[in-house]
Ligand binder design. Structure first.
Ligand SMILES: *[C@@H]1O[C@H](CO)[C@@H](O)[C@H](O)[C@H]1NC(C)=O
Length: 386
């Protein structure tokens, strides 16, 4: 073999290895997912190389490349979009994207999408506070009246990091004496809910699954608290929680909180502990406003009617399921939609058939549960997006 042939062969093997993604049989449109995965993987790799070369922070490049597909906040024949601010937080009304438009259209609702500040420039609790302040500003009689919104039919919804914020602000609202108007429902779409255990069965099973591998999830988590990569490393190795905080592990104990079928083939091992120094410097990762699964039962008891979507092939699956278990144990009414052939992103990537199925289920649930009396004014969904 000539040198060229060897090179060609090597390039061929590398390409095949880079493109090839083993997928389970029940994934619909596997080639499409392989294609999307290739795009996400490449974005992530370009961002990593840019960071290694010292050109730009990983999160900045990744966000820039992802934002190329954003839809601008413009009105169309059925949906009116206003680009405004609530309490200095930008909130385009309707525009996370196509889904917010569909929601506004199908439910005839006012949809508020909060444009919270992002990492790496801003860290926790800024993101939480942006969403919370915007929501508080909105939940006032005079403001709601101005938008023609019925105070009894307001819901919050978010996916992924947005699901984290939705769950966190909903908890925070319960005991806030300044807010008289409460949420009727919360909808959490494959939410990120816990920072303590990075070795859940779903993280083990899907650590390389398309769209959101474990390495990226851990990176996102650690960037929420700091740009210091030592937290990321400790989280990835699951050695970040100091021994003084071990009492919190009962809230994320998958051995007791997951149904049998999700534990199959896995052995629970008690978490190992990390240095107190990390928790002292970046205490946010032990804060219930960052990890809503750490709330105690007393807090959970007062939460509103809840809708949770989890996906079988998602690193975030088990924390969503454990939240369902904990909410039900606390007496909260929960509709749990576990999507057996679902993967992270199935609410917002319109190119997939499964997305339309899941969106329809979600919108039907919202419309049934936000409309108590059919003739009152417009319901609202406030959506902290990812
Ligand atoms: C988790 O739950 C299992 C089974 O209920 C129990 O044996 C174990 O001690 C628990 N671990 C922690 C850290 O709570």
């Amino acid at each position: 073999m000539g040198r060229k042939t060897v090179l060609l062969l090597l390039v061929g093997i590398f390409t095949a290895y880079y493109v090839y993604t083993p997928l389970p049989d029940n994934i619909e449109e596997p080639w499409k997912l392989t294609g999307f995965n290739l795009i996400f993987k490449t974005i992530s790799n370009v961002a990593l190389v840019g960071e290694l070369l010292g050109i730009n922070h990983f999160m900045n490049t990744a966000m820039f490349l992802m934002s190329l597909q954003d839809v601008p906040p413009t009105s169309d024949e059925t949906v009116t979009v206003l680009d405004t601010t609530f309490s200095n937080v930008p909130v385009p009304h309707y525009s996370y994207d196509i889904l917010s438009r569909r929601t506004a259209n199908r439910l005839d609702a006012v949809v508020i999408s909060t444009n919270y500040r992002l990492a790496p420039k801003y860290h926790f609790p800024n993101q939480f506070e942006d969403v919370y302040n915007a929501l508080k500003w909105f939940l006032r009689q005079d403001i709601l009246k101005g938008y023609g919104v019925d105070p009894k039919r307001i819901g919050i919804s978010g996916d992924s990091a947005g699901g984290n914020l939705a769950a966190a602000v909903t908890q925070q609202l319960i005991d806030d004496p300044d807010v008289k108007i409460k949420l009727k429902i919360q909808s959490l779409i494959y939410p990120a809910l816990q920072t303590l255990d990075m070795d859940l069965p779903s993280l083990r099973e899907n650590s390389h699954f398309p769209v959101l591998p474990k390495s990226l999830m851990v990176r996102f988590w650690s960037e929420y608290f700091t740009t210091d990569r030592s937290l990321e490393k400790a989280m990835f190795d699951n050695q970040h929680v100091p021994v003084e905080s071990s009492y919190l592990f009962k809230y994320v104990n998958w051995s007791s909180l997951l149904p049998e079928n999700f534990k199959k083939g896995h052995f629970y091992s008690s978490p190992t502990h990390g240095p107190s120094e990390l928790a002292r410097k970046y205490s946010g990762f032990l804060d219930v406003r960052a990890a809503p699964l750490l709330a105690d039962d007393n807090k959970l008891r007062s939460l509103p009617l809840t809708y949770v979507i989890t996906c079988q092939y998602d690193v975030l699956r088990d924390e969503g399921i454990m939240y369902v278990t904990r909410l039900r144990n606390a007496g909260v009414r929960v509709t749990h939609n576990h999507v057996e052939d679902g993967f992270h992103g199935i609410i917002s990537i319109p190119e997939f058939k499964i997305v339309h199925r899941v969106q329809n289920q979600y919108l039907s649930w919202l419309s049934e549960n936000l409309y108590l009396t059919p003739t009152t004014p417009t319901p609202t969904t406030a959506a902290p997006t990812h």
